[in-house]
Design a protein around this ligand. Structure first.
Ligand SMILES: [Cu+2]
Length: 351
């Protein structure tokens, strides 16, 4: 069965094997399959996989997914990270995310469905709860290395069927209480439990407080230091038409990332029109693509072409998540040579 691939294209070293089952223990180009072993780790009622680690990205970022059924309560105690910016993406199913900024302004919550995004900046109190039976969330944490927490507190789990999670989770109950020693141990990994935080339960149409815009109108990326949420397709958009059409939807731009020096965008790509040459990129920083729809073909240095696919071998429509180290990555370059665009779709005629 073909499935979604992740790819960390690290420009530089040349090694023989592009395809791996676990993220490499050092910086190098690689491709890893969705639901690969990926150091899969069991926590109560959820399995984490680590497609990019601190070791594989020279500490640029960690890319993980968590698969879980719906949970009767939060998946984790409310907590803060002082050093890590934690990005939440919904690959499928639904989960609810809560976030409150450091200055204790109004607590926000959203129910995330496929393609929705939440940016939990440093020092924001947050927690989440999975809702649907087949839910997958993505976490992109900057800087890298945050997986060490899960590898320490979880149990190694390598389902031989590569099942996203263990069906036995559905009947399991667990308690979210933490002992003093758990809390002390977690602080060493930049997790500071906020036991007095009460996640609000008054969301209507997937959002609270009242008056917030969620799947009903545009969402903006926030000023530096504030958590924010972008519903799928409702954020800012840019079109680049230098080769194929590419619609770039930034999720984290330099303003929000600040000193953490990274960006995240989705890029929707058309086919390449006749008589157009596919461009070659010369990039100085780490770029990682995770294909969401369609297929992205990438050739890295002198490796063979890698086809990152969700199963479609010759699609007319491809959408990928891009994570980029630095402020001159693929998304920022496409935006700088493109222009603001109102639609999530590329034009229906070649220009
Ligand atoms: Cu967190």
């Amino acid at each position: 069965m073909l499935s979604r691939f992740s790819l960390a294209a690290i420009i530089g070293g040349l090694l023989n094997l592009l395809y791996v089952d676990n993220a490499p223990d050092h910086l190098r180009p690689y491709v890893i399959r969705q639901y690969a072993t990926a150091q899969s780790t069991m926590l109560p009622r959820e399995i984490f996989r680590f497609y990019i680690t601190g070791a594989s990205s020279n500490n640029a970022f960690t890319l993980l997914t968590a698969n879980a059924p719906g949970n009767p309560s939060w998946n984790v105690l409310p907590h803060i990270h002082e050093r890590h910016f934690e990005n939440f993406y919904c690959f499928k199913g639904r989960y609810q995310l809560w976030a409150q900024a450091q200055d204790n302004t109004t607590q926000q919550t959203r129910v995330l469905t496929q393609g929705d995004f939440g940016a939990v900046v440093r020092n924001s109190t947050h927690t989440f709860q999975t809702i649907d039976p087949d839910t997958q969330l993505g976490g992109m944490l900057v800087p890298g290395g945050f997986e060490e927490l899960f590898l320490t507190i979880g149990n190694a789990s390598h389902p031989s069927t590569h099942s996203p999670y263990d069906p036995a989770f559905v009947n399991q109950t667990y308690s979210l209480t933490a002992t003093e020693s758990d809390i002390g141990q977690q602080q060493a990994f930049d997790v500071y439990s906020q036991l007095r935080f009460q996640p609000r339960r008054d969301a209507i149409n997937g959002t609270a407080p009242a008056g917030t815009t969620w799947h009903t109108g545009p969402n903006q990326l926030a000023e530096f230091g504030r958590p924010y949420f972008i519903a799928n397709g409702f954020g800012p958009k840019f079109l680049n038409n230098e080769s194929s059409y590419q619609v770039i939807q930034p999720l984290v731009s330099p303003t929000q990332a600040g000193d953490l020096n990274f960006t995240m965008s989705t890029i929707t790509v058309s086919t390449t029109p006749p008589n157009v040459t596919v461009p070659t990129w010369n990039l100085n920083n780490i770029q990682a693509f995770q294909v969401l729809e369609g297929m992205l073909s990438i050739q890295i240095a002198s490796y063979d072409v890698a086809n990152l696919t969700t199963g479609d071998s010759d699609p007319y429509f491809t959408k990928a998540m891009l994570m980029s180290q630095g402020y001159d990555g693929v998304d920022q370059q496409l935006i700088s040579r493109g222009f603001p665009w109102d639609s999530a779709m590329f034009p229906n005629r070649w220009s």
